[in-house]
Every structure is written in C-alpha cells, then in structure tokens.
Design a protein around this ligand. Structure first.
Ligand code: GCV
Length: 678
C-alpha cells in the first residue's frame, strides 16, 4: 500500500504529461538525434557516430588500450572529459552504448539529462565471449515458432537491418545465426551465401558476426554426392570447399549451428557415425578460419521410455571427444523450453566438453506473442543451478520478426533485452534488468522534454518504482500457475503449442508428441515417475539433487509432477491434498493474470495511448486464456481424480466437451489472434 501511495505521489510530482501515438518500432533505443555526423566506417566509426548523433553531454574520448579484453571497456570522467577505453573497437562501441544508456534511462544521478560529464568510473567485462541469437527463419520467410510476422531477413531494408544491429549491439549481442536449425540444404547454395554476405556486411560495423545453421546431408542434397558420411574423403572435401567459399564472401564468418539426428533431421548416425565424428569433421574444416561448431544436444527418440533421459545417454559417452572449436549447445531443460523444467542434467555431468546454454526467447510454450511473460526470472532460475562459469557461451532463440514492434508484444521486447544483458552478465538480477528496460522503453520522450532535472528524475523514479516492475517479475510464475503448475509439463495443443490440450493423443502420432506421455494421469494420480524406481532420470543429477528429487517428501513442490507420479491425496506443505493444491494453483494463476489488467490501467498516465491500448488488448487475451487453461486442465484431470473442485475457489465456467472440440486454425509459424473464443 505504502509503495502505491509513494508511487502516486511521484506521479503527481512529475506532473501530468501529454501522450501521443507510438508504435514500439524504436525498441529501447528511444533517443532523439542531436546532430547528423559525417559517415565513418568500422566498428569504432559506429561508436563515434552513435555518440555524435545522440550524446547530449560534454566531450567523449575513445581510446584503445592493450591488455584489456577486446569487448571489455572502462568509462571514466577525466579532466572535464569522459574517456571510454577498450581493448578493441567492439569494446568502444559497447562503452558508447553504456554511456547512452545512462543518459537515456537517467538511472545514474551522475549523468542527469543533458549533463556534461558527471563522475563516472565504470569497468565492464562481458562474462561470455559469444552472445548469440538463433533465428529459426526459413527461406520462404516463415519463422518457426515465430510470433511477430515474417523473417526480417526475407527482404531486409537497410533501415531495418541498421535498427536490428543497433539494438543487438546496444545490449552486447555479437553473433546471429540467420536461419532455422531445421535447415534446408539450400542454406549453403551460392545464392543464399550471397544473401548472407549482404546481411553480414550490414551487421559487421556493429561488431556482429554471422553464423549459419546447416543441414548435415548437404553434400548429398546440395552437392549431389552419394553419401554425407563425415569420414568419407569426398564428403570432407565438399565441406572444405564450401567453407572456403563462405569465407571468401564473409571473412569473419562465425561458424555452423547443427541440429543432427533430431526430429527427423539428418546426422552422422545415419552413417553409423557418432555426434563427435560429425562435429569434429566440421570443426576441422572451420578451424583454419577460426570458425566454430555449435552442435545441439536436443535429441530424443520415439522409442525412448523417457525423453528427458535421451540427451545425457547420447552425449555423456562422448564427453571429452570433441575438438576444441566445438561447443555443445544444450537447451536449458531436458525436454523442451517448458514454462518450468529442472535444468538439463548434462550441464553438471559433462566435465570435459565446452557447453553453451540455449534459451528460448520466443514464447513457443508461454503464450506466444499474446501473453506478457518476462523471462529473466526463468533464466536466472537456471543459473541458480548451473554455474555461469561452467558454460562457454549463451544462445537465445530469437523472438524477432517483421512486425512494426519487432516482437509482436511490446513486453516481448524486454525478453530480447534481458537475454542480451544476461549474456553480458548472468549475475544481473531480473529486477535490475526489468527496471533498466522499463525506464528506457517507456516515458523517455516525456522525460527528455522536461527542462527541470528534478522533475525528470522523479518521473523516471516513478516508472521504475511502479507496480509494473512487480508485474513483470511475477509474470513467469503466474504463467506456470495457470498453464502447468507443480511440475506438470508439455500438455499443450499439438503442432502450434498454444493453449491446453492435455487430452491430445491422435492415433498414429508418436507418443512423446502427446501430452498423456508426460502427465500420465490415472485414477491414482498425476505426473511422470522419474525416480529410481521409474525412469531413473534423477540419477543423471549429482547425488545430492538425485536424493532430493527422488523422495516425494523432499522433492521441491514446483517440480513434483515432473519427477513423481503424485497420488491425488498426497499431502502438500500447505496441508491441502495434491488435487486441491493443483486446483488452487490454477486459480491463483488466473487471478494474477486478471490482476495484471488492473496494474496496467494504473500505468495509463505514463504510457502513450497506442502502446497502452495494444498491451491492454493482449492482457485481456492473456486473462481469458488463463481461464481457458484452468478450466480445460482441471475439468480434464478431474475425470481421473474424481474429486470435487474445492469450494473456496472460483469454479470452471467452460464445458470440457466444447473445449475438447475447439481448434485454433494455425500452424507453427504464426501468432493466434486470440485463444478460446466460445
Ligand atoms: C526448430 C521443438 C520445437 C520445434 C523446434 C525444435 C528444436 O520441438 O517445437 O519447432 O525446431 O524444438 O529446437 O529443434
């Protein structure tokens, strides 16, 4: 209550500010140009240009210094100037963006609006050298699991590419994989490579390298060879020639991302070779050019009794057998980007192989571009189990498309932003990042127009102290609650993964693509038995965690149905039965989603009308979807539990038979207009 009063006071102090239309296309880079500098080239040239265009303070000097890491930088106030020092040009660029961020967000009181120099003493070193986006973009312009329109690479305009490059560089992203991991062999055709070269040329001045996902069978399907066996001399020559062709066009090409022997994609196992054989062959041909291979560990087989076991079983025997320019890219959880999963046990098991984590920025399983779900808390949760230092790099599946606002939902921009900031420093808190993003994304223009510095500072404070921060921080847990609480997972509609279909199990569809494989609901209870007497998945974790997860009484309740087939009457810490707790969790999630609408209404004075209304519309969809999730899941699971919905909560308002017949007519390439519409 106190917070709300304080916040209201701050709003009044800041004064009522006029609003105007705003489409979100400027992302978090919302500075107005103060001059139009002459064109200069190179990454240092970009740093100079950005400062000359947008910096409103006193003189800034850019200096290279030996001994500093290329991307690291310092920013210091020295003798009436600001000096940015870095080991390489990219560091100068990152330093320039840092300074502009201080100016724009008004966070540092030492750099108020329009100030000359302030009193700066900042040192920054990126935690990971490789901070990379993975686009799942197809040559025809569709984006797999993309909810923000078509691929930005289909017909890239220089303005759009420039904004993309600036946005990435401003948060430290320094690599981008241009195409879908379900790669077509044509991704390596000379025509496609020319196109990739065009994009690489536009991104290079911003310190961003280009990478490509490849199809392992390319030597056959594109090159016309009889085999793609990685140990075949002709095949190796084909790859060597192709790699040489790429580097002639793109001298700083980063390397390959590979999805092999997974979901029908070809791989070395088709030729009785191992993942290591395949990855090492590619690594050897890339090595002379300093290229790398990011080899994905996302593998599972239809016959596996537990999909969560598979990556460990395939990759652990190969630990230590990969070349030093191979990094194994592992999804954060052992199944597939669910709203909550435990971490993938490979991360703590593999000791002799460089690894990187793959997060999903696009919300395939978290309400697509319709739900406001801030993902930093989920990624920070991962890092509370997996030490950041045990990884070599961070990759994020991009949520970017050609929609005017880039990400489909204005708040989905915060996930792109948070990914970049965490790849730079995984120890930043979710709250720090949310405040930074909010203060840059909303209210800028009003703040910058204020002549009175204290009014401007108050205005900024009112944004970062608003209940919106809490809304963002709570949003992921709320989504878990209304979609799949207590460790339930993968109970989505088939194909598009939007909305609940815990019953989905058509004849002929492989079992591990259907929800009953995961929830295993029956008259006894709910959940996947991964204990030592079940699939023994717990054994893939370190001993201490194995013991913790294996015992239903010590297993964290938020993962209970992930590791256990939980009896309906199991006593929970709250004193409720598991069934009652499940009902309450769904209902709590729904309440939270509804509450988001009330919180957003209080933000109206701060936010331009266009973004206010667009977010409000999405929040309404989210609240209706949360109700759909609660009703569908509880009524369906009730057919097994045979227990009543508790009296002290709201009861379902939809009919199960109608929800079971309902279909959303979309595939995996688009955002649904809205959810359940009956
Ligand atoms: C690119 C999941 C998604 C697929 C995706 C795959 C992967 O299965 O549903 O769309 O394919 O993960 O990460 O390779």
């Amino acid at each position: 209550m106190k917070r709300i009063i304080l916040w209201t006071l701050l709003l009044l102090t800041a004064g009522w500010v006029g609003t105007y239309a705003e489409d979100g296309s400027r992302l978090w880079l919302r500075m107005d140009a103060v001059s139009t500098p002459a064109k200069v080239t190179g990454v240092k040239g970009t740093a100079l240009t950005e400062l000359q265009t947008y910096w409103q303070g006193g003189p800034v000097v850019l200096k290279r210094q030996k001994g500093l890491k290329a991307d690291a930088y310092t920013i210091k106030s020295q003798g009436g100037k600001i000096v940015i020092t870095a080991g390489g040009d990219a560091g100068l660029l990152y330093g320039a963006y840092h300074l502009l961020r201080l100016q724009q967000s008004g966070q540092a009181t030492s750099v108020p609006v329009g100030s000359a120099v302030g009193n700066l003493d900042i040192t920054e070193t990126p935690f990971y050298d490789l901070r990379i986006l993975n686009h799942w973009d197809n040559p025809n312009g569709t984006v797999e699991r993309g909810f923000a329109g078509k691929s930005i690479f289909l017909n890239p305009t220089p303005e759009r590419m420039k904004m993309y490059a600036r946005a990435n560089a401003s948060i430290g992203i320094n690599g981008t994989v241009l195409n879908n991991v379900n790669a077509k062999p044509e991704a390596l055709s000379t025509e496609s490579l020319q196109k990739a070269k065009g994009i690489a040329d536009q991104l290079r001045p911003y310190g961003i390298r280009v990478y490509l996902a490849i199809n392992f069978a390319s030597p056959m399907r594109l090159g016309g060879l009889k085999t793609a066996d990685p140990l075949d001399a002709e095949v190796v020559k084909w790859w060597r020639d192709k790699v040489n062709e790429i580097y002639r066009l793109i001298p700083d090409f980063g390397g390959f991302l590979v999805k092999a022997n997974s979901e029908g994609e070809p791989g070395p196992q088709d030729f009785q070779r191992s993942h290591a054989d395949g990855a090492n062959m590619l690594a050897d041909v890339l090595k002379p050019h300093n290229g790398i291979v990011m080899w994905r560990a996302f593998v599972y087989a239809p016959q596996s009794p537990d999909r969560a076991n598979q990556a460990y079983l395939e990759f652990m025997p190969l630990d230590g057998q990969f070349r030093d320019n191979v990094i194994i890219q592992i999804k954060n959880g052992p199944v597939d980007f669910q709203p909550r999963e435990p971490y993938s046990p490979l991360f703590t098991a593999m000791q002799k192989t460089p690894m990187m984590v793959e997060f999903q920025i696009t919300q395939e399983y978290l309400g697509a571009a319709n739900h406001l779900v801030y993902l930093a808390p989920m990624w920070r949760e991962f890092f509370s189990f997996v030490k950041p230092a045990s990884l070599r790099a961070m990759a994020g599946v991009a949520n970017i498309g050609d929609d005017t606002n880039w990400c489909g939902h204005h708040f989905a921009q915060s996930n792109w932003y948070a990914f970049g900031r965490l790849a730079w420093n995984p120890n930043l808190t979710s709250e720090e990042i949310a405040k930074e993003w909010l203060s840059m994304t909303f209210g800028q223009d009003e703040r910058l127009k204020m002549k009175d510095e204290s009014a401007a500072a108050n205005y900024q404070l009112s944004i970062i102290n608003s209940p919106l921060v809490k809304l963002m921080l709570d949003s992921r847990e709320a989504c878990v609650s209304y979609m799949m609480p207590l460790g339930i997972h993968h109970i989505f509609a088939g194909t598009h993964h939007y909305g609940p279909e815990p019953w989905y199990a058509p004849r002929g569809v492989r079992a591990d693509w259907t929800p009953p494989y995961y929830h295993k609901a029956d008259s006894i209870g709910l959940g996947f038995d991964r204990t030592l007497s079940g699939s023994a998945n717990v054994k893939q974790y370190p001993d201490e965690l194995c013991r913790l997860y294996n015992d239903i009484n010590t297993c964290p309740e938020n993962l209970l149905a992930w590791f256990h087939h939980v009896p309906w009457d199991h006593k929970m810490k709250s004193g409720r039965t598991f069934w009652d707790e499940l009902c309450h969790k769904y209902d709590d999630g729904l309440r939270q989603a509804r509450h988001f609408l009330a919180v957003w209404d209080t933000m109206q004075p701060y936010v331009d009308q266009q973004r206010f209304e667009e977010v409000q519309r999405k929040l309404r969809i989210q609240a209706r979807d949360a109700e759909w999730w609660r009703d569908a899941c509880l009524l369906y699971f009730q057919t097994f539990s045979k227990r009543p919905i508790p009296q002290d909560m709201d009861h379902p308002v939809h009919n199960l038979d109608e929800m079971m017949k309902f279909r959303i007519p979309i595939g995996m390439y688009e955002n649904p207009e809205c959810g359940y519409t009956k």
